[in-house]
Design a protein around this ligand. Structure first.
Ligand code: SF4
Length: 359
């Protein structure tokens, strides 16, 4: 998987593009002016592994609230602005680390200049977010539909407005709710520009269908080496967006974090409840940040093979299981003790690794 080369930008000290790790983003769904609720949600997102957070800024109260929010969080914050350049200026004054704003929609060159200057003086990048649902009228007329080519043209037009002001700290997204169009748009754009790209399938849907659409669309693009940041858009708790984003990155072995569960689908050979065991282990170890591969295998057909590759593993038998650590059998225990033992093995492995790192 060769990564396509892009420029590098920095959002509040977090590098994006140009060889930096693919960053996980999410967006709060609290009322931004409710600072307590927004801070609480961002802290949960941070804990789940979110590296950059975006908040909606629909009015002045929200723009001013950024000041208080910033004091209480550790990750960079991006202000999401539509149409109103004053809100962009106010958000930057409040300490926003970046803006999501389409310069073609804020009412003319003077306003673009004002925003570009303010963003430049605060070293705050701007993400241009092209969305298939809100393309410019003339571009839509030209192409008839929000085609990938239309989305690329729109992005280039917004980019030019910023470049004309000497502003190049730009990130771009070209989101469509259609997976194929999204892939085509990002691919076409990355052939004509080296600005870093923020990936996402917009309005992807609920937890189940949105996870699938996002995983397919974002996964294909990442496999092509395209993408510097990503957001999984879900009609769900944003913490789920972060969890899914990490699973996508882990599945493609682009980044590592937390527990990587390998579990068999079970079949007629199963003689214990390995579904319950796998779910329980996943839940009990969801706080672990250290990358650990855990295999939960129903029987000895594939169990020992997977166990050899995993850090901690089990291979089920009739109401019992063999427990493996680094490929070696360390115990044979009864079904009702499996979860406890597996969790203990993983946590002690994490401690050992931490201690080894500290030396
Ligand atoms: Fe069936 Fe055993 Fe394979 Fe699980 S590991 S699917 S129980 S054969």
């Amino acid at each position: 998987m060769a990564k396509r080369k892009t420029r590098q930008i920095s959002i509040g000290g977090v590098t994006v593009g140009g060889g930096a790790p693919v960053r996980v983003q999410s967006m709060t769904n609290t009322d931004t002016s409710n600072t307590a609720a927004t801070i609480e949600q961002i802290l949960k997102l941070e804990k789940a592994g979110c590296e950059i957070v975006r908040v909606a800024v629909p009015d002045e109260v929200a723009a001013k609230a950024i000041k208080e929010i910033k004091k209480n969080i550790s990750i960079p914050l991006i202000a999401d602005i539509h149409f109103d350049h004053k809100l962009a200026l106010l958000s930057l004054d409040s300490g926003a680390d970046g803006l999501r704003l389409n310069p073609g929609n804020i009412g003319g060159k003077d306003r673009v200049r004002e925003v570009a200057r303010a963003a430049n003086s605060r070293k705050a990048p701007i993400r241009i977010g092209v969305n298939s649902g809100s393309l410019e009228k003339d571009i839509l007329q030209k192409y008839g539909h929000p085609t990938p080519e239309a989305m690329v043209e729109s992005a280039l037009r917004h980019i030019k407005l910023l470049e004309d002001e000497g502003f190049h700290d730009i990130k771009v997204s070209l989101k469509s709710s259609n997976v194929n169009s999204t892939i085509a748009a990002y691919e076409a754009f990355s052939k004509v520009s080296d600005y870093p790209l923020h990936l996402g399938i917009t309005e992807a849907g609920t937890l189940f269908s949105g996870t699938i659409k996002s995983s397919v669309g974002i996964g294909v693009l990442l496999h092509m080496g395209i993408g510097s940041t990503l957001r999984v858009s879900l009609t769900a708790d944003p913490v789920e967006e972060v969890r899914v984003a990490w699973e996508i990155l882990k599945a493609l072995e682009i980044r590592k974090r937390g527990i990587n569960i390998i579990s068999c689908p079970t079949c007629g050979r199963i003689r214990l409840n390995s579904e319950k065991i796998a779910l329980e282990i996943e839940k009990r170890l969801s706080h672990v940040e250290e990358p650990v591969t855990v295999a939960v295998m129903g029987c000895v057909v594939n169990g020992p093979g997977e166990a050899k590759e995993a850090d901690v593993a089990m291979a089920g038998g009739d109401g019992v299981a063999l427990i493996y650590r680094s490929g070696e059998v360390v115990a044979k225990i009864k079904e009702d003790e499996i979860v406890e033992r597996m969790v203990r093995e993983v946590l002690s492995l994490v401690e050992e690794r931490k201690a080894a790192k500290a030396v």
